[in-house]
Design a protein around this ligand. Structure first.
Ligand code: ATP
Length: 369
């Protein structure tokens, strides 16, 4: 069983800097969990505490049923893969993978069996006699994974393992690590600052900021129902549009208003908005670029949510366009099909998909459900 539990975990460094604050998380056996957040948010510190490379200032860490706060790293039944996969240059791939097991005085026959089994899983059997300098970046990363796999740990800890690879290889290795997880069925805790990596790899993602968990949920849940403006802005590319304004109630309807923009919100949301006490107050309306539409059908479906805009910049992304527009002084980004002809200066009407908009309290930055 490789359930990992963190209960009220804090990390204060010797300079009194508090890097992790009251971290609570229950990671299930065989789960793939991704810690994601901007540089300095405490992801690596948390991972290193799980690995035993950093002391826990207070709180409890369990791996399986054991409290491991005071257990040495080598006795925690974990393996860590780092971004600088540091292979020994003078050793062959085989020797690199066998090294840790040899240190543990494992019988030669068992070492051989484990190395060959891992090489097969990773499709590097043909590379076993090569030295690292004769490998590509992706192959080296696979050897680093192999070195961890042969130890048959209960938990894999990975700290930005793909960040030294080029973009194309990263996409490929992303899928390979997912496949690897399906094959070896162990718990994985994966750290990245890249939201795409988090969204595509995690069963569950933990979004962190300044040492505090902002939200932990499935990628879909985090994307569709971000709990606050930080999560909403961090997850998704291009980022969610934020429009500052106010909610006003008139004739039984609730409108979002700001200079040149007036949107009648769907009635289904009124109860929650009233309960949150944001009617008549400053709020932020959030709308993702793909939920702004220029086609006639959406314009007709959402006549209460149309904004007039002018195209400023067109980014061609192949099958779609990213349009940077100006809507009465409000900059917005829309993601539309490349079938539309768009040029800077083109006047444009955009309709928001009212089922997909987000309302945040401007003061607390929390989402109103
Ligand atoms: P990155 O993606 O840049 O690695 P991160 O989210 O992994 O960022 P951490 O490396 O966990 O962040 O660092 C969290 C905070 O703790 C940072 O502000 C960092 O400067 C600080 N920190 C890290 N190590 C120490 C240390 N040994 N002493 C004091 N402060 C530290």
């Amino acid at each position: 069983m490789a359930r990992v539990q963190l209960q009220h975990v804090w990390k204060k460094y010797s300079n009194d800097f508090v890097a992790v604050k009251d971290f609570n998380l229950d990671i299930q056996d065989k789960e793939f969990v991704v810690f994601v957040g901007p540089s300095g948010c405490g992801k690596t510190t948390t991972l290193r505490m799980i690995a035993g490379l950093e002391d826990i200032t207070s709180g409890d860490l369990y791996i399986g049923d054991r409290r491991v706060n005071d257990v040495a790293p080598k006795d925690r039944d974990i393996a860590m893969v780092f971004q600088n996969y540091a292979l020994y240059p003078h050793m062959t791939v085989y020797q690199n993978m066998a090294f840790g097991l040899k240190l543990r005085k494992m019988p030669k026959a068992e070492i051989d069996q484990r190395v060959r089994a891992a090489a097969k899983i990773l499709d590097i059997e043909h590379l076993l006699d090569r030295k690292p300098k004769a490998l590509s970046g992706g192959q080296r990363q696979r050897v680093a994974l192999g070195r961890a796999i042969v130890r048959e740990p209960a938990v894999f800890l990975m700290d930005e393992p793909l960040s030294n690879l080029d973009a194309k290889l990263r996409v490929q290795m992303r899928a390979e690590i997912r496949k690897l997880h399906q094959r070896i069925q162990t718990t994985v805790i994966y750290v990245t600052h890249d939201q795409t990596e988090a969204m595509t790899m995690g069963d569950r993602i933990v979004v962190m900021r300044d040492g505090v968990i902002q939200q932990e949920a499935t990628p879909q849940e985090v994307y569709n129902h971000p709990k606050n403006m930080f999560v909403a802005g961090f997850i998704g590319s291009p980022a969610m549009n934020f429009i500052r304004g106010e909610l006003a109630e008139e004739g039984g309807s609730i409108y979002f208003r700001t200079a040149g923009i007036s949107i009648r919100l769907p009635e289904g949301r009124y109860a929650a908005l009233r309960q949150a006490g944001v009617v008549g107050r400053p709020v932020v309306l959030g709308v993702r670029p793909e939920d702004l539409h220029s086609d006639e059908l959406t314009l007709e479906t959402y006549p209460d949510a149309v904004v007039n805009a002018r195209v400023e910049v067109v980014e061609h992304m192949g099958s779609e366009l990213y349009l940077h527009v100006d809507a009465s002084g409000q900059p917005l980004v829309a993601r539309v099909s490349a079938r539309h002809e768009m040029h800077p200066g083109t006047p444009l009407r955009l309709a928001m998909d009212l089922n997909k908009i987000h309302i945040f309290n401007q003061e607390t930055e929390e989402a109103v459900p």
